[in-house]
Design a protein around this ligand. Sequence first.
Ligand SMILES: [Fe+2]
Ligand SMILES: [Fe+2]
Length: 440
Amino acid sequence: MSTAKKQTILLVDDEEGILRALKRVLGGIGVDILTAMNGQEALDLLVGHKVALIMSDQRMPGLTGVEFLTKSKDIAPDATRILLTGYADIDATIGAINDGSVTYYFNKPWDDEVLISRIQESLKMQAVKAENKSLQKLTRQQNEKLKKLNSSLEQRVEQQTAEIREKHRELAKSFMETIKAFSNMIELRFQDVRNHSQRVGALVKKILSKLELNHTEYQDIVVAAFLHDIGKISIPDSVMEKKTDHYSQADWDLIKKHPVLGQTCVYHISGFEEVGHLIRHHHECFDGSGYPDSLVETQIPLGARIIRIADAFDHQAFANGHPNNEALNEASAYLVRKSGTEFDPALVRKFIECDAGREFLFKESSETRYLRPIQLKEGMIVATDVFTQNGMFLVPKGARLSEGMIGRIVKIDRVDPVSDGIQVFKMIETDKEEANYVPT
Ligand SMILES: [Fe+2]
Ligand SMILES: [Fe+2]
């Protein structure tokens, strides 16, 4: 509490002798003293001074002490107000104390010691109150400042969060594009499995939409689905080009290494430990008859069990080119037959429930359209065998068009036009949420 500034008291009495006596008594307590000889003069003084304590006589010409002190509340509401009075004025004094115009009173003649002690006490209280008030004011000002700072900070945080989100989205998009590019590279060598990983990725996402997984689990499984066969990159063309029923034992031994080789491929990529783990186990069977570690049931990571189902479904459905409804039904029936031996029965049920294969692949011929060669786009699937007018066979039913194939068709069409246009299936894309996945 600061004591540097002296407090001021105002003494009001119409008798100069009384004022002198009071000044003498109070002169030694270290305060500034103002005096006035009537209520109006005292009110004028209050306007120009900050007064901590007012002591007024009751009986004065003009305003009485109570009247003056009542009016003084408007100008100096925080000041202590003391009335000097005689016994005859006791009723008016008590009334004034009750309505708050007077803080307390002294009877004339007063006892100097008592007067000094009460006034010092009051002044101390006044100083404490003033200090509290100024602290409250300071707190209010600081709170205001803090509020402004918080609001500008919130705006900055919001702005930066939006920027980070945008960057995150861009990063996620380019991450998934990179993963897809990798998965395409795996399959470039093998015509018969073209787009297998892309389809497995999309099928897996369909099953995942029926499960409640956290973001990281979801992301790891999707990425592993796109890369599950990355280990096949090291298997010689001579083996990969064969149909599976022509594999020798040595070929099988080599093929069975691809999950472990796949895990090794991603082993050194930071954040891909779980992805590698899922790739390693994507050929495990629910009953323990799979490879490479013969894991059983829930020993097999959930993601690997899901990829196993999507992988098998895609191989079954595409065994004879692009599938029709019947092939899709047969592939689903295969999953059901092998449920509990090769596949997790609960996950097969989820797969069948969401009809993942049908949604992903394409709808039947009612959803085909005829296009001229220059209207063809990469990825479109041909619905019927394509011949030129002179009977040259160009593309088989079920082929997925590549850029090179389209280029060849367009060139040939200029000299030997394609009859009646080319019938292609309308595709249903299912990978709209990819931008949500980003490596951790
Ligand atoms: Fe595989
Ligand atoms: Fe596969």
